[in-house]
Design a protein around this ligand. Structure first.
Ligand SMILES: Cc1ncc(COP(=O)(O)O)c(C=O)c1O
Length: 444
């Protein structure tokens, strides 16, 4: 189809869009032109309330001058410099600042920071660090990684192998992995407020997989402490604690993928702080730079870092890294982002709003098609019953309807997922909920 006449003569043909039904989208595009605070403006000048912090990333809202000014300054001072056998001050400065708020606080000692360019790169980096560390301490047979059904860990080959979303996996070859069962149990836990009460026994799956594969083949287990992309799936009470205990028992490293939960989403700086469970590695991205400049970071424990700092001093300890690891402009954006988070108390603001958010969301209970509502911190999900033989279409229609009414939500399958910027006001929470409620009443 010729797309050249759509939207101001702009051609939509050449951009192959990610995770998008390209032909459907290009026939009826939704184009965002600018953003400020809690709102986008589309190319037709309509204001759109951001119910998703972009894609779980703009935690401080949009158009933050402090970030754009820092980026401008950095671009004109040092636009790029390599970090392979070279360094530049701002990468070390950003790592030091991150260490001060590292997951779990000073006692957790998760303060060695490896920079990447995205969440997917953070995940593959963490998997490689885990395997390399095991080998470095004499456990070289440990190369398998345990993930979880419905997990999302980005789109690298490592990430899709440990991830548990079938459409991301079925076409591609994978690294050695196996999966625990997911923790979504609507039958027992529907409409739970916060963490669900049932399902701690699902953590026994790690023990079961140890019995199946042998602990000596397993390097690490990776989970999202709260999974976002599969439609907001929460850990049952006590579940993460149990995973940690089993991992310790068998010398398995534990990785928390905090690409979504990092930087205040749950009302604490990291999910590690929320749950009080300390893993060996934590992956982050998104909120690290408020989504402005692509960047990720892996927090490693000192034990892991020190375990790899062996051999002669002139030996490269980890054969891994990216051209853009510690990119100076991304670091500038990250430092400015951290300053905003601190000045405005955003890393804990979700805790102040969590109850209000929970009550507002759960007021949608009883509306047409709603089979479950889940929430934690400033994250929410409304799960709809699928249409017969056309799963995903109902939520998609609600998504389009909300967009037309000036609200951006996100849908996966028949689940509406919500994660507004952490600057959201109560009135805007009301608007999010009432717009969704009206769309649900209209949805067939
Ligand atoms: C938990 C988790 N891990 C990894 C990723 C991948 O991040 P990216 O899209 O930046 O590669 C995502 C993205 O949503 C995520 O939610």
């Amino acid at each position: 189809m010729d797309q050249t006449n759509l939207k101001n003569e702009r051609s939509l043909e050449n951009f192959w869009m990610p995770f998008t039904a390209n032909r459907q989208f290009k026939a009826l595009p939704r184009l965002l032109a600018s953003a400020e605070g809690m709102h986008y403006t589309d190319v037709d000048g309509n204001s759109v309330l951001d119910g998703t912090a972009g894609l779980w990333c703009c935690n401080a809202g949009h158009g933050r001058k402090k970030i754009s000014q820092a980026v401008e300054r950095q671009l004109s001072t040092l636009d790029f410099a390599p970090t392979f056998q070279m360094g530049h001050p701002i990468a070390f400065d950003f790592a030091s600042k991150l260490a001060k708020i590292a997951p779990g606080g000073p006692d957790a000692k998760l303060d060695r920071v490896f920079f990447t360019g995205s969440g997917s790169e953070s995940v593959d980096t963490a998997l490689k660090i885990a395997i390399a560390y095991q080998r470095s301490i004499g456990q070289g047979t440990r190369t398998r990684i345990i993930g979880r059904e419905k997990g999302y860990h980005g789109v690298g080959f490592g990430g899709i192998s440990v991830g548990g979303l079938v459409n991301n996996r079925r076409v591609f070859p994978q690294i050695p992995a196996d999966h625990m069962r997911h923790t979504l149990d609507i039958e027992r836990n529907a409409f739970s407020k916060g963490l669900p009460a049932n399902g701690i026994e699902l953590a026994d799956d790690l023990e079961r997989l140890v019995q199946l594969h042998g602990a000596e083949t397993i390097a690490a287990a990776i989970v999202e402490p709260m999974s976002g992309s599969a439609g907001v799936i929460l850990p049952p009470k006590g579940y993460l604690e149990k995973l940690r205990a089993t991992a310790d028992k068998y010398g398995i490293m534990l990785i928390f993928d905090e690409v979504i939960t990092g930087f205040g989403r749950l009302g604490t700086p990291f999910a590690v702080d929320y749950f009080g469970v300390v893993p060996d590695l934590v992956t982050t991205a998104k909120g690290l730079t408020n989504g402005t400049i692509p960047m990720g970071a892996v927090f490693a424990s000192r034990k892991v870092y020190d375990g790899l700092m062996v051999g002669p001093d002139n030996a490269i300890e980890l054969f891994h890294g990216y051209t853009y690891s510690g990119h100076p402009v991304a670091c500038a954006a990250g430092i400015a982002t951290l300053e905003i988070y601190e000045e405005e108390g955003l890393l804990t603001r979700a805790a102040e709003l969590a109850e209000y958010w929970q009550d507002a969301l759960h007021s949608l209970k009883g509306l047409p098609h709603v089979v479950d509502i889940r929430n934690l911190g400033l994250v929410g999900a409304v799960e709809l019953a699928p249409r017969d033989g056309a799963s995903g279409t109902r939520a998609y229609d609600v998504f389009v309807d909300c967009f037309k009414k000036g609200l951006l939500i996100r849908v996966t399958g028949d689940i509406i997922a919500l994660s507004p910027p952490l600057i959201v006001e109560k009135g805007q929470i009301e608007t999010i909920v009432s717009t969704i409620g009206d769309a649900l009443k209209r949805a067939a």
